[in-house]
Design a protein around this ligand. Sequence first.
Ligand code: CU
Length: 278
Amino acid sequence: MAESPALPPASSSDVAPPDAQAPLAVPPARGAWSLAPPENASATGDRIDALLATSHRFDVALALVMLGWLLVAVVRFRGARKVAPDGGTRRSRAWVLGLAVGVFGVVDGTLFLGSQGYLNDVLWNFRVPAEDPRTVRIEINAHQWSWEVRYAGTDGAFGTRDDVVTWNDLRVPAGVPVWVQLVSTDVVHGFSLPAFRVKLDAIPGRVNQTWFQAAREGAWEAACYQHCGTSHYRMRGMLTAMSPEAYAAWLREASLKAVQAYDADDTAAHWGWVWRTP
Ligand SMILES: [Cu+2]
């Protein structure tokens, strides 16, 4: 990750992508008042959801204990004579300290170990996409304000004439690991696939990476989760998970068109890099 990716000249972000502002077939939004996380479309998203649910259970339990104690104290000591505060006895202080450390250890320890397990098993476990021959590799370049997505095309190599480039339109096969390497042309952006529990910063001069696997076919939103300028809201893309056959057919056709439309002088189009493994 030490090298900087080959980024296009800054002016290329001024060139409006052909279809970046075209209306997207976004599925209807859920109710604004829903507290539930978005639909989980990822093969591993249930681990994040379970961790979140555990965290919420702790929140509820601790809030109940504190509110309960508050209520007991208000009722029990109602009208009590005012006494000067004191520091308590050694014994009472030890009790409070022990309780605080115990609650902290159980709550934060559980969440820490759960997060660590998810990171090691899934998020940082790049052996999964590296060892799966079906893995699809995608390079994403974030702009103010759109996502430019590059596929290696039928030859499987990046930076060649048959590279497929799309704007705000991610296509992946369902049931297959998708390995993403992400850069930014201009400012810091936040690449986010809410239905896949994916969030990753796009930082100029850095290649960040993540991977995910669509559990089924469908279409979900891709968004920028960091306010990156006045038109931040326009960085709305779609991720479409297709059957592996449909994906292969789409890539073949798009690859063919890319070769026909290839322009060696269009320097802004040549921002891809040779795929690098960590
Ligand atoms: Cu952004």
